[in-house]
Design a binder for this molecule. Sequence first.
Ligand code: UN1
Length: 513
Amino acid sequence: AVAFGMDNALKALGIQELNPGSSTGDNSFANGEILESRSPVDGALIGRVQATTREDYERVVQTAMEAFKAWRTIPAPKRGEVVRQFGERLRELKEPLGKLVSYEMGKSYQEGLGEVQEMIDICDFAVGLSRQLHGLTMHSERPLHRMYEQYHPLGPVGIISAFNFPVAVWSWNTALAWVCGDVCIWKPSEKAPLCGIACQHIAAEVFRANGLPEGISCLITGNYQVGEYMTHDERVPLVSATGSIRMGKIVAQAVGARLGKTLLELGGNNAIIVTPDADIKMTVIGAVFGAVGTCGQRCTSTRRLIVHEAVYDQVREALVAAYGQLRIGNPLDEKNHVGPLIDKDAVGMYQAALEKVVAEGGRLIVPGGLVDGPGYESGCYVKPAIAEAENHYEIVQHETFAPILYLLKYKGGVENAIALQNGVRQGLSSAIMTNNLREAETFLSVAGSDCGIANVNIGTSGAEIGGAFGGEKETGGGRESGSDAWKIYMRRQTNTINYGRELPLAQGIKFDL
Ligand code: UN1
């Protein structure tokens, strides 16, 4: 029995029909062990899902490959029309799906809705893209020859997604992959399997209504071992994986060993630089949302604030005051700013990080800690914390998926702040707060931020879908979502056509017989 009107939401998403032991989705064949989905909101068991076995996986891949043969021959704009219908269904189901995201994962209802909005937006983007999957035409150096390039679909695309964006990240991949003519095999996080099943139901219904094989969208469930079926499978030419750097290295090696393609979206260690010319009010809003939004569990969450000594005390004071206003509690209650962490393991990592920063010489100015008592029975609620620290501390160099903000001080010019900002192994998102043109442009220049995302007078999180999303260094180098990120889902072919009666060779080579 789940609370907060979740029963109706689950019903709208077709999840009430699930029984332990039954199939986990219209197109998944699951005979493996039972995974339990517990809500970090109240600790309740939401549902049970059966994991995919090796044999089940084999059937899923066969179904996907069959579906690919049909799907790839459908003109891209017609595929776009199917994605448009999928986006329409998401509009209709935005509230129940947003609610399930919030309840299963623990982010605020507003953020749950925002996540579904990202899905809708990427569908719209993909629909337009379905008429723009164009290559270039080149001038051939040979007479009566034409040269051009075209993009063809790849085949089954493997998608491994994380718990923190349990539905949006899948859609960024899948909406683009579908218009590109690929089919998708998705392994959602084992911490949010019901979100996966809900999405699979919606996709299956749309494909069915269009007389298309459901294998265009496939779902597999389980832990990392289930993901490994895909990473080692030559029939899956591209694996797109979101998660930890540790996971990404394993995926990259497995897929790289068979020379497959990967799209990796791994950890960040995102900083906001605050210069003497910053608008402090904007800085505080951006930093607090960035650090505590989604309970610090976005890959774009703000981990470090690099503040000039001239404004350091002022920023510190404003932050401490703002943190004092934060309401922690049930994320489905819109009064609250901060929901729970995903599970007790995450709480343990949060606590260990706080101990570590103190052991390394840091000072907790907002101490954090576990929240208990009525309403917090799940044991997953923690207080956002701020520590004054130094960039070189091991714990500061490391991404902790929790609401801990490290306050770092810099002196001198903006280049000193940039050196600190770049002085970590991750390279996802970065920001500068300044009204000084020279500082802003330096930050964006070749000598500036080394991240995939660099913002001016905006925080590190909350990127729009229209840009390419991803980062450098240990963040993995992948780009998904907007701009020309679609190209990774296709194979490029260069075509040269001779419409003359001679066979001239390129490079002027003579070969007379
Ligand atoms: C993630 O945390 O994996 O930029 C994705 C943002 C969101 C996406 C985050 N649009 O914060």
